[in-house]
Design a protein around this ligand. Sequence first.
Ligand code: FAD
Length: 463
Amino acid sequence: MTTTVHRDLANRLRARFRGTLLRPGEEGYAEARRVWNGAIDRHPALIARCAGADDVQEAIRFAREHDLPVAVRGGGHSVLGYGVRDGGLVIDLSGLKSVTIDPVRRTARAAAGLTWAEFDLAAQRHGLATTGGTISSTGIAGVTLGGGFGHLLRRHGLTVDNLRGADVVTADGERVRADADLLWGLRGGGGNFGVVTAFEYDLHPVGPLVLGGPIFWPLDQAARVLRFLNDFAPTAPDELSVVLLAAPAPPMPFLPADRYGTPVLGLLPVWCGDLAEGARVLAPLRGTGTPIGDLVRPVPYRSIQSMLDLSAPAGTASYWRSRRLPALTGAVADLITAFVTSMTSPFSLVNGWVIGGAASRVAPEATAVGARAPGFELRLIANWRPGDPDPGRHRAWVRDGWDRLGPHSDGQYATFLSDEGPDGVRAAYGDRLARLTALKQRFDPENVFHLNPNIRPGKGEIR
Ligand code: FAD
């Protein structure tokens, strides 16, 4: 049964709210309760689409006065659908779109409802960028608060390493400028400490052209290519990032048609420095084995930032788990091959990230982000059509693979946390948890913001 907030009660908030309030059945509600993951089907009691930080204050105060559990929504890409909840109040930030670029100081001030496509468009008008998510519809908010992996991470660090300031509405409805302690927590500690309404980032000259594009090999060459990548990645210049995608070959014109649907290993290298030097650096990777397709070429940075969009269309049902790996050993390469050949859905994929360079040189205590040592993050992503009669088999494929990766792993990236529960939070934050729980006690002692990889206030416990 769908719970709603009584019209008279909603009208009390309406009287002091500039944005849009949506109750079940009202026009716009059905669209507003949808998130990226098509497996999520929740019915909030009230969706508060905020027009500004003042609306966020009003919404939080209203929720607390009326004992309504809160969900916070930025770009709506949480794989567990943390941006919506049954019977709760959704603080929807998707209408907060302002962005100001200072090309002289090379900084950006960006409202929390922006997607990376919108942010990159504004920054690239000045030839600037900061490390940001690689699917263009993802929200800057969730990506930033979890750490922020992107194609620039080896050159410019994680997104949080470029986060210089934040405006926050706290659990008691106050607007604050994040002090040093709070900013530390926002650099990786997720949505635990308040609702961020604006982020300030450092920007860097990037592009407009970078060198990049996918290279695909048949899966029987995966072991050789991964061995090469394992040795090559840690020593490559910082300008190079590499994303891994292993899956059935997509029906792309640059691949032979007889390979469509057959298992392949794909790498997406992106070089953000001098193009001629990048061509030299990338040559040995491109020359490894016998690729069946190689689309590496000079391409606008913004095109690279949306190149993977087709691998993650909104509305697909999805579930994932992820692990940090110090190395792509032979055993891990064998597992990757086994994962691809045992996929239960043609839309699923194995996704990996090379971690290193600038992201690994940031002092461990500087941010709440966990392990930063050079290595790899490997994620098993099951995707299937909503309505599939047996989604359990796709989830089981992920969990089984994740279990098998366990002995090869030494941690986990917070933003890719799924339903691992407290163990996952511990794996992601490690010895930062004590400081995070103290910060939670200071800013959200009643755990109003608990629909997230939750850090409990006070005692170093986690839920
Ligand atoms: P939402 O679902 O809107 O938010 C997720 C949670 O973040 C919220 O429930 C809340 O707890 C918190 N939150 C959001 N906004 C705020 C705010 N303003 N203040 C306080 N808390 C807030 N991660 C990477 O690092 N790099 C990637 O390239 C990347 N690609 C992805 C691609 C896809 C298709 C998907 C589904 C996820 C990807 N992720 C990536 C993971 C992503 O960073 C997280 O899922 C992130 O939480 C999504 O942010 P969002 O704002 O879109 O999501």
